[in-house]
Write a protein that binds this ligand. Sequence first.
Ligand SMILES: Cc1cc2nc3c(=O)[nH]c(=O)nc-3n(C[C@H](O)[C@H](O)[C@H](O)COP(=O)(O)O)c2cc1C
Length: 193
Amino acid sequence: MLELEAIKKRRTVRKFKNTPADEKLLLEIIDCARLAPYPANVQPLKFMIVTEKAGSLFKYTKWAGYLEDGAPADGERPPSYIVTLGDKSIKKTGDFYTEGAIAGAVMSIAAEALGIGTCWLGAIDRDGIKKELCLPENLEVVYLLAAGIPAQKSKAVEITDSIKYYIDENNELCVPKRSMKEVLYSTLPLERG
Ligand SMILES: Cc1cc2nc3c(=O)[nH]c(=O)nc-3n(C[C@H](O)[C@H](O)[C@H](O)COP(=O)(O)O)c2cc1C
């Protein structure tokens, strides 16, 4: 089933082609987040597509902590970002990280289904981005989603001794994932293959 393939095949992409993805597709991705489940159906998020000013957002981001040279070089940087914003005039108390995470998961999977690569960015200078984008007081920056046509291959691999992602001999980004055997929990002795 296509949907499951998009969920399982989606991997973070940190190198992009220069040409931005079609804006219609980025809008489609946001439409998926709009229809996502949210606590008490409050829907306090707003989404902003940043393409023209994408270059000016890069300095507020941090990339691939486990790689020595993990940040995209000039020419491989994200051509667009989807900025997830929390509207404090809709949700007056608490933070927006649960809602932002739901939106991030839905959007990164929707993007994969549309052939667009993404990198979810949480290690960001939120105040810097808010100023750069001239956002009004009521809007808080929650997450960025870098989005574009992938210029890097990445795949899930079985964990051997570390959770740290790495670049293999074919220049592919390998992301160790815990096995089903490890993540399935039961108090009963289960027969596992
Ligand atoms: C909440 C959240 C914040 C993240 N922040 C960053 C970030 O600031 N920079 C980065 O390079 N990757 C970031 N990532 C991407 C993760 O490193 C990536 O999802 C993880 O290594 C697993 O790889 P996969 O997405 O290919 O499965 C973030 C992911 C999540 C879910």
